[in-house]
Design a protein around this ligand. Structure first.
Ligand SMILES: Cc1cc2nc3c(=O)[nH]c(=O)nc-3n(C[C@H](O)[C@H](O)[C@H](O)COP(=O)(O)O)c2cc1C
Length: 370
């Protein structure tokens, strides 16, 4: 596909469904926006501003420190139900931890959500990594490769339940046995809602190539995007599948580059060191994906890619990410409601001029995974 034939970049928001989202810092420019009323306000502003999708984080307890980072949180299946009911165009994702849900229950809940949203729901399926969260539930954290083998079984079951005649799907694995699996109604989005996995390890790359529609990737620099996106796409080609890639930038812009950099410095100067350590240590266990990340890199947007500067510089950096192979961006902001409105007013028009996004509303059709 040539550049001109490419689909526009999909604009997503990494929503603040948890407290202190997402920089691990006590620096704030407004009230914490985790309550549902704030999320609803942001979702409606995002729809008006021309965003394409909303994405939550799934957490079960806080990460300690002064901020008790992410310590107040809305569960993401119920959160998506409410947001799908009040929006009309945006795609809304839920994030599901494999060890916490039975796949048939997740398939049933997902089909229900997709009916509420009339084909606008998607699922991020994560294996989980927090010993504290799983320990609290008496769930063992499996070694990294086994975690992802179980996740693969989970996804195969979702797909079977969503696409095969209700009552006919059988599946046997070391983790799950399904006999005559029945989920009815099946989702509106055909063949099934988009399936995302977020990670960049070897285990994730193979899983995504074989079974997922989107790879949501953490990056430490803009320039490493090309290698990562090509890797995902070449692997997917081997299975005659298409995988799209989304990056995870922390987007911050001010009148001048210096003002934007000063704002970033304030976030880092007020880093919550205890919570950042807890986050970095937990996320890194058995992963390898973050070995080159410093604590400051984790503190800014919990490991998001900094996309910082003036509005023009931010638009050009997003264009660069698009050119290097990203199909979507999942953006973190400092002040969510204000930045959602400002992004629509100040950056979307620049992205449109640059040919990176289309006119509002023409990039939100329900997509059909292959
Ligand atoms: C955009 C994005 C969103 C994520 N959301 C969650 C989440 O909600 N809950 C969770 O436990 N892990 C989440 N993760 C962590 C991943 O599932 C995974 O553990 C991490 O990226 C390490 O990947 P790896 O196993 O390939 O090394 C997310 C990661 C990314 C990049």
């Amino acid at each position: 596909m040539t550049q001109t034939e490419r689909e526009p970049l999909q604009l997503g928001i990494f929503m603040p469904n948890c407290s202190n989202a997402y920089s691990i810092s006590t620096y704030r420019t407004g009230p914490d926006e985790w309550p549902y009323a704030s999320n609803k306000r942001i979702a409606l502003a995002a729809e008006a501003a021309g965003f394409d999708f909303l994405f939550p984080v799934s957490r079960w307890r806080g990460f300690g420190g002064k901020t008790n980072y992410l310590g107040l949180s809305q569960e993401t299946m119920t959160w998506a139900a409410a947001l799908l009911a009040v929006t009309t165009r945006l795609k809304v994702y839920s994030t599901v931890h494999v060890p916490v849900f039975h796949p048939l229950v997740a398939a049933k809940m997902g089909a229900t959500l997709d009916h509420i949203g009339q084909g606008r729901w998607g699922i991020n399926i994560v294996s989980g990594w927090s010993r504290e969260e799983f320990g609290m539930m008496g769930i063992e954290l499996l070694p990294h490769d086994q975690r992802y083998a179980k996740t693969a079984a989970f996804i195969e079951i979702l797909k079977g339940l969503w696409t095969e005649e209700p009552g006919t799907f059988d599946y046997d694995s070391p983790w799950y046995r399904i006999t005559g699996g029945y989920v009815n109604p099946q989702p509106v989005c055909k063949p099934h809602p988009p399936i995302v996995n977020a990670g960049v390890s070897e285990d994730v790359k193979e899983l995504v190539a074989r079974l997922c529609d989107w790879a949501f990737i953490g990056q430490s620099s803009i320039e490493e995007t090309k290698g990562l996106t090509q890797d995902f796409k070449v692997r997917a080609d081997r299975y005659q599948r298409r995988v799209r890639c989304a990056g995870y930038p922390f987007v911050l812009w001010r009148e001048t580059e210096k003002e934007a950099e000063d704002e970033k410095r304030r976030i880092l100067d007020q880093m919550d060191p205890v919570a950042t350590e807890n986050w970095a240590r937990g996320l890194g266990i058995g992963s390898g994906s973050f070995d080159h990340f410093t604590l400051e890199m984790f503190a800014l947007g919990a490991g998001a890619l900094p996309v910082i500067g003036t509005a023009e510089q931010v638009a050009l950096k997003l264009k660069r990410l698009y050119e290097l192979g990203l199909d979507g961006v999942l953006m973190c902001f400092l002040s969510y409601y204000d930045d959602t409105v400002r992004f629509g007013r100040e950056i979307v028009p620049l992205l449109r001029q640059l040919g990176v996004v289309g006119e509002a509303g023409d990039r939100t059709e329900v997509e059909e995974p292959r």
